[in-house]
Write a protein that binds this ligand. Structure first.
Ligand SMILES: NC(=O)c1ccc[n+]([C@@H]2O[C@H](COP(=O)([O-])OP(=O)(O)OC[C@H]3O[C@@H](n4cnc5c(N)ncnc54)[C@H](O)[C@@H]3O)[C@@H](O)[C@H]2O)c1
Length: 257
């Protein structure tokens, strides 16, 4: 590894599983101390132990990013213990089910509470510390669902569209203060989050759901958490020093069609 984040503190939300977990591990291998923020305390602990077991540095913090009090307290602990936040990856997110015809109020509210408001809450507290330090990189987690319409995914598509718009707004406000903000829009990556969607798409048959989904990808396969982690690392470190407000699709050509 090349130490692209040597001496830095990186916060990754939703790092107990999937894309966030792979990214936390990569950031740690690149020299960062990683704060793993996740609703699921045991998963966060496990991810942190994996990193420290491999010789890296990590802290697990259990918090619901949709709750302003828990977010402030989590970042209070991080800043108190680690002294700074150089990188924030707003990765935690939830899925939805249903089209505009049948999605529930609860489904809409949860998607917006976690995906959109959670991103705002974590960014607000991290950005204040970054602005005070005069540098930082915030990476938001969008989705191809913010770029194209995905069937039966109304609340999720709308909440990820909000994340892309928030990214542009934040980038304009924070660029003069030394903080860059970009958003990744991944295509489908096989993680626990996607299993219900893939099963539903195959009418209960996971293999059929996977085949139907893969057919939408010109590259002929789904993505891996490690491939999205590599994009997050690029955005986190100085290799992307002229990028801010950028919407980076990482989707095997799905949205190019
Ligand atoms: N997997 C995909 O195909 C895909 C595609 C595009 C975008 N994304 C986005 O990538 C992100 C990560 O997805 P994943 O597939 O790795 O999912 P995942 O379910 O494997 O991991 C998500 C993690 O977020 C945590 N989390 C959920 N709600 C939270 C909350 N309120 N507060 C704190 N933590 C919370 C979960 O406990 C879990 O550990 C999400 O924002 C998702 O929308 C995923």
């Amino acid at each position: 590894m090349t130490g692209k984040l040597a001496g830095q503190v990186a916060v990754v939300t939703g790092a107990g599983s999937g894309i966030g977990r792979a990214t936390a591990a990569l950031f740690a291998r690149e020299g960062a101390t990683v704060a793993i923020v996740d609703l699921a305390a045991p998963a966060a602990e496990q991810a942190a132990e994996e990193i420290t077991g491999a010789g890296g540095s990590a802290r697990a913090i259990a918090a619901d990013i949709a709750d302003p009090g828990q977010v402030d307290s989590a970042f209070g602990d991080i800043l108190g213990e680690l002294g700074r936040v150089d990188v924030l990856y707003n990765n935690a997110g939830v899925n939805s089910a249903g089209s505009v015809l049948d999605a529930t109020d609860e489904d809409w509210d949860r998607c917006f509470a976690v995906n959109a408001k959670g991103t705002f809450l974590c960014s607000r507290v991290a950005a204040r510390a970054m602005v005070a330090a005069g540098r930082g990189s915030i990476i938001n987690q969008g989705s191809v669902a913010a770029v194209v319409g995905v069937a039966n995914f109304a609340s999720y598509c709308a909440s990820k569209g909000a994340v892309v718009a928030l990214t542009r707004s934040m980038s304009v406000d924070l660029a003069p203060r030394g903080v860059r903000v970009n958003v990744i829009c991944p295509g489908t990556v096989y993680t626990p989050l996607m299993e219900p969607m893939l099963r539903a798409r195959g009418n209960g048959d996971m293999a059929a759901g996977l085949a139907l989904t893969t057919a939408k990808y010109p590259i002929g396969r789904l993505g891996t958490p490690e491939e999205i982690a590599a994009v997050a690392l690029f955005l986190a470190c100085d290799d992307s020093s002229f990028l801010t407000g950028s919407v980076i699709t990482a989707d095997g050509g799905m949205t190019a069609q």
